[in-house]
Design a protein around this ligand. Structure first.
Ligand code: AMP
Ligand code: ZN
Length: 471
């Protein structure tokens, strides 16, 4: 197959043609949620756009294997290794164990994803499943001289790399601003940006989950999990690694540092980062303002799919500001679009040439660095076009594989409604036939049987009563 997908690569800082390591196949990794609380709709913007990426690649013919971790240990309040483990914080807040919290919020996350038509990745792996893999990578990094032990923790030595800032392209001080919730200098670090690979000594003695390791009982740092989990399932060369922009530094920067030090070669070819969803006061977070979740939107009467449309109408590389006013406009846009689609007569012949022409316009929009709003305008263009309703309907059904907007779903619901109407009709006719037979009006009974047969329904008299089936 021809490679035609163009994407912005954070590594090269330009839009490039995507060429996978192995022709026709894509290995893709997504940083998964830290399961200490519900995902807010900002987090879900990232997962939603990554879902569009995965489905676009599949739609244009790639065989995609997508892997995601679940962070259930090691992610501290600050991404720069300070503060309390977020999971422990969550467990304390709810008076539950860390594993109970992890299970509950993992299920809640996938339930939100389902409501937003976000496909579950092919492999989902919790960090706590992979402790031996983490220990192995840390041992190798120590052997190769990229890691050191200090104050009973194991750190990665960032001074050993020539290109530590290759992904972010910023200077050290600029990057450190904003990533720390609380600036808390760790004197055990040799360099400011060194990061923890394994904690055995934490100022929080109540760390819930701990494991034996060659360096004593402890727990892994956050960054190591994504390197190990992705390599475990995708091998030593990865095509695309995704996340939100806040992951660029320090998380992804550290992932590259330790992975390439461990492997001895380039690890990921393309990095895709989704920009933030903001509220009026800035970046959406779990600790400030109204905690916007999918359930909250539902409670307020919104169909979650309208939020999906809201995200698709803007480009993933631009910040997006959330407001209920714009969401309300989306409700109106969505309802109108669905009505136009519901009014299409779907029976009839599909014009193959027109189908190919619009499909190629749709693919071109998505292949242009996931221009999802342009892809949606293709639907409006085709609705206006002079082609058969059946062709329009088939195209929209096909596009919805990627868009996930349930554009033809109402139709299915209507079909089901017709089914239940048909069922009511059948039951009424069976009743009428029973009465006719009781009154020995066999001609009428036979006429009813024939009428049902005409509608594709066959009936049979059994000892338990009349049974029917569609033929
Ligand atoms: P977390 O559960 O905190 O590890 O975050 C899960 C994902 O959501 C990560 O890929 C983050 O980069 C992303 N993320 C966090 N905040 C936002 C936001 N306001 N808008 C979009 N993505 C976000
Ligand atoms: Zn990650």
């Amino acid at each position: 197959m021809e490679d035609k997908f163009m994407m912005y690569n954070t590594l090269s800082k330009r839009v490039e043609k995507f060429v996978p390591n192995e022709a026709g196949k894509v290995g893709m990794y997504t940083c998964g949620p830290t399961v200490y609380h519900f995902a807010h709709i900002g987090n879900l913007r990232s997962y939603l756009m990554e879902d569009i990426l995965e489905k676009t690649l599949r739609y244009i013919g790639y065989d995609v294997k997508r892997v995601m971790n679940i962070t259930d240990v090691g992610h501290l309040s600050s991404d720069a290794d300070t503060g309390e483990d977020k999971m422990v914080k969550g467990a304390k807040r709810e008076h539950k164990t860390v594993m109970e919290i992890a299970q509950f919020y993992t299920d809640a996350f996938f339930s939100d994803c389902k409501k937003l038509n976000i496909k579950r990745p092919d492999v989902v792996e919790p960090a706590t499943n992979c402790i031996p893999e983490f220990i192995h990578m840390i041992e190798e990094l120590l052997k190769k001289g990229y890691a050191y032990q200090s104050g009973e923790n194991i750190y990665f030595d960032t001074s050993k790399l020539k290109e530590y800032y290759v992904l972010s392209g910023h200077n050290e001080d600029a990057l450190l601003e904003g990533v720390r919730d609380d600036v808390d200098v760790d004197d055990n670090k040799k360099n400011k940006n060194d990061f923890v690979l394994w904690f055995t000594k934490s100022k929080f003695e109540d760390q819930a989950l701990k494991w034996d390791s060659p360096w004593g009982v402890g727990y892994p740092g956050w960054h190591i999990e994504c390197s190990c989990i992705s390599m475990k399932h995708l091998g030593d060369y990865m095509d695309i690694h995704c996340g939100g922009v806040d992951n660029i530094f320090p998380h992804h920067t550290n992932e590259i540092a330790q992975s390439e030090a461990y492997l001895g070669h380039k690890w990921v070819n393309y990095w895709m980062h989704v920009h933030h969803l903001n509220d009026k006061s800035g970046k959406m977070s779990k600790s400030k303002g109204e905690f916007l979740t999918v359930s909250l939107l539902e409670e307020k009467g919104y169909n979650p799919i309208v939020y999906r449309l809201f995200c698709l109408q803007s480009h993933y590389r631009k910040p997006l500001e959330f407001s209920y006013e714009v969401l309300d406009q989306m409700v109106a846009t969505y309802d109108k679009l669905k009505k136009r689609i519901a009014n299409l007569k779907k029976d009839g012949e599909v014009d193959q040439a027109a189908f190919a022409q619009f499909r190629s316009a749709f693919e071109a929009a998505l292949c242009n660095d996931l221009n999802s709003s342009l892809a949606i305008t293709v639907i409006y263009d085709l609705l206006k076009a002079d082609i058969s309703d059946a062709t329009k309907y088939a195209l929209i059904g096909s596009f919805d594989y990627v868009l996930g907007l349930d554009l033809t779903k109402e139709e299915e619901a209507q079909e089901n409604a017709v089914d239940s109407e048909l069922e009511a009709f059948i039951l009424a006719k069976i009743e009428e036939r029973k009465e006719a037979k009781k009154a020995k009006d066999f001609a009428k009974a036979d006429a009813i049987r024939a009428e049902l047969l005409d509608k594709g329904v066959s009936i049979k008299d059994t000892r338990e009563g009349v049974v029917w089936e569609l033929i």
